[in-house]
Design a protein around this ligand. Structure first.
Ligand SMILES: *Cc1c(COP(=O)(O)O)cnc(C)c1O
Length: 411
């Protein structure tokens, strides 16, 4: 395996360490192959909002495995999951299940281009939308006209169709729309950015973006792969009261298995084959194992006080980390919404990718290593979020805060 991993961030490159190999997980903890225990704030990069090996999810998946892992034919579980997704999201009339967030975004963009008969797409700097060619572009602040491939292998002709604007800056997006009048198929955004660290939308920003898209007859795509069932059962769109045309879901919606979804208005979704002529398919799409894990997980999220308890514990963690940083004179800004948060080693506010890049990466590296050594597993990159799960207890969090203060003191 190149780099010894199957997804690059796992190699611990940006923290210059050797990754730990994980043997198993239980609740809020993971255990490496040497038997060391860690409180886990990665939670498989978001999906495990109920913690590792939740008994209800495990038993549902076990039962499904015994019935057969895949048929490539319709099953009742797909219908049940589709109904749950459509009723959770006001903006979703119809949904297609896929196997990854990358796939959901690819399909959303293809649909938007087909629906509008336009070729350009607009994304926001610092937002991540999976690894399809169109999304791997580098635009640099304000230079909407010269999008470049982010990496070799992405043809510059493809990259040139992806325009970029600054997150949280409506004028920046408006400029691009002006320049490419009637040519932009869609604007895609993480309603709460969580791949440049967590960055919340400013008041009114998402509403203004909605208006901008309407005025230009472009579609608005919310990539809620992280935020989907993380912030609220109906996603960030419910919290901020903005209705996108298409929504991408992943991570939590798969309950820890490979399942993701793209959904939206019926007139858009009906363009998909077999009703319409926009082709999209998948051998393992909506397979019984994944859909069963999804349904079991979504049911847990519907239990009483699920989100309020997450909020309470996450707030406790935020406050504790901030006061530990203060006591030890460590510059720190924490952006948090619900159980999604990140710590930036800076005193400045972080409202976009440029701000995020001003945080002290060296401090982060040392902090990461110190926490890992003491049994707290954080995402091995300063631009990733911390995920709190329902399995994290007050005791776990108190220990995390205590450990952080210890490590801060040594920075
Ligand atoms: C993780 C992520 C993706 C990609 O999902 P995969 O399942 O890794 O392909 C897309 N968008 C956002 C916002 C993500 O966080």
């Amino acid at each position: 395996m190149p780099g010894g991993v199957n997804s690059p961030v796992r190699a611990f490159g940006s923290v210059e360490k050797t990754p730990v190999f994980i043997a198993r997980g239980k609740g809020s903890k993971i255990y490496d192959i040497a038997g060391n225990e860690y409180i886990d704030y990665v939670c498989s990069w978001g999906p495990l909002i109920a913690g590792h090996c939740h008994p209800k999810v495990v038993s549902a998946v076990n039962a499904a495995a015994k019935r057969g892992t895949s048929f490539g034919a319709p099953t009742i579980a797909e219908t049940e999951l589709a109904e749950m997704i459509c009723s959770a999201f006001d903006s979703i009339d119809k949904v297609r299940l896929v196997s990854s967030g990358t796939e959901a975004v690819m399909t959303a963009v293809r649909l938007a281009r087909a629906f509008t008969d336009r070729k350009y797409i607009l994304k926001m700097e610092g937002c991540y939308h999976g690894h399809s060619d169109s999304m791997l572009v580098n635009a640099g602040s304000g230079s909407a006209e010269f999008s470049k491939p982010l990496c070799p292998g992405v043809p510059k002709e493809i990259a040139s169709l992806t325009l970029a604007a600054e997150y949280n800056n409506i004028d920046s997006a408006a400029k691009v729309f002006d320049k490419y009048k009637n040519e932009i198929a869609c604007c895609i955004i993480e309603p709460v950015a969580a791949n440049m660290g967590v960055v919340l939308p400013k008041a009114g920003y998402l509403q203004s973006l909605r208006k901008l898209c309407d005025n230009n007859k472009s579609l608005l795509i919310f990539d809620e792969v992280i935020t989907g069932f993380r912030l609220y059962y109906g996603g960030a769109q419910k919290i901020f009261n903005v209705r996108p045309d298409i929504t991408c879901l992943g991570k939590i919606v798969g309950g820890g298995l490979p399942c993701a979804a793209v959904g939206g208005r019926a007139e858009i979704m009906n363009l998909l084959a077999p009703i319409g002529s926009v082709y999209q398919a998948g051998t393992l799409s909506g397979n019984p194992l994944a859909t069963t894990a999804s349904i079991a997980t979504l049911k847990l999220l519907k239990t009483k006080n699920f989100y309020s308890k997450l909020e309470e514990n996450s707030k406790f963690l935020e406050k504790g980390l901030l006061s530990a940083a203060k006591k030890t004179n460590i510059p720190m800004t924490i952006n948090r919404i619900g159980s999604l948060m990140s710590c930036f080693f800076t005193k400045n506010r972080v409202e976009n990718f440029e701000d995020a890049k001003t945080a002290n990466v060296k401090l982060f590296k040392t902090f990461f290593a110190g926490m890992l050594e003491r049994g707290v597993y954080l995402a091995p990159s300063p631009f990733e979020a911390m995920f709190v799960s329902a399995a994290h207890s007050k005791k776990d969090i108190a220990k995390t805060i205590f450990t952080a203060q210890n490590v801060f003191g040594k920075l």
